[in-house]
Design a protein around this ligand. Structure first.
Ligand SMILES: [Zn+2]
Length: 140
C-alpha cells in the first residue's frame, strides 16, 4: 500500500482535537450535551437540539449501520491508487437515530453492500500521531 503520508490526513482544530485524540487511542467518541443528552457529530460549539453549550466527549461503541455509500473507481487524491475501489460511506451510529458519520468502508465486497448493513469501527494508525477511523462489516 502507498505510504499513509501520501493520503490527506485530518487537521484537528480545538473543537475536534478530543475526537482525534480518542481516535489515536482507538476509541470512537462523539459530543454529548450535558443538558439534554443529545449526541453530536461532527463536534459543535453548541447543542443543535437545546442550544446548550455544556458539551463533553463520550465514547461510543463503534457499532453502526450503513446509511449511504458511493464507490470511487479512480483515486480521489494521491495515496489511493492501491486502495481502489474506495467506498465512501455515511454510517449511522447505533447510539442515536440520525447520528451520522462520514467515513470509508474497508474490506467490503461491493455486491454485499446494502442499507442497514451492520458495521463496526476500525482504526488505521498512520504514523505516531494519527489514526483514521474507518468501518468494516460487522460479523453477526
Ligand atoms: Zn442539548
Amino acid at each position: 500500500m502507498a505510504p499513509a503520508t501520501e493520503r490527506p490526513l485530518p487537521l484537528p482544530d480545538p473543537l475536534s482535537q478530543p475526537f482525534w485524540d480518542a481516535a489515536r487511542a482507538h476509541r470512537l467518541c462523539v459530543q454529548a450535551c450535558l443538558q439534554c443528552n443529545h449526541l453530536a457529530y461532527p463536534p459543535e460549539a453548541a447543542c443543535r437540539k437545546c442550544g446548550g453549550s455544556d458539551l463533553h466527549f463520550r465514547d461510543v461503541s463503534g457499532r453502526a449501520t450503513l446509511h449511504s455509500w458511493t464507490v470511487l473507481h479512480d483515486p480521489p487524491s494521491p495515496g489511493f491508487q492501491d486502495r481502489l475501489p474506495v467506498i465512501l460511506a455515511v454510517v449511522e451510529l447505533e447510539e442515536q437515530k440520525g447520528l451520522l458519520l462520514s467515513t470509508n468502508l474497508i474490506d467490503a465486497a461491493l455486491e454485499t453492500l446494502r442499507i442497514n448493513l451492520p458495521l463496526e469501527a476500525w482504526f488505521e494508525d498512520v504514523g505516531n500521531d494519527c489514526a483514521l477511523i474507518q468501518f468494516r462489516v460487522r460479523e453477526a
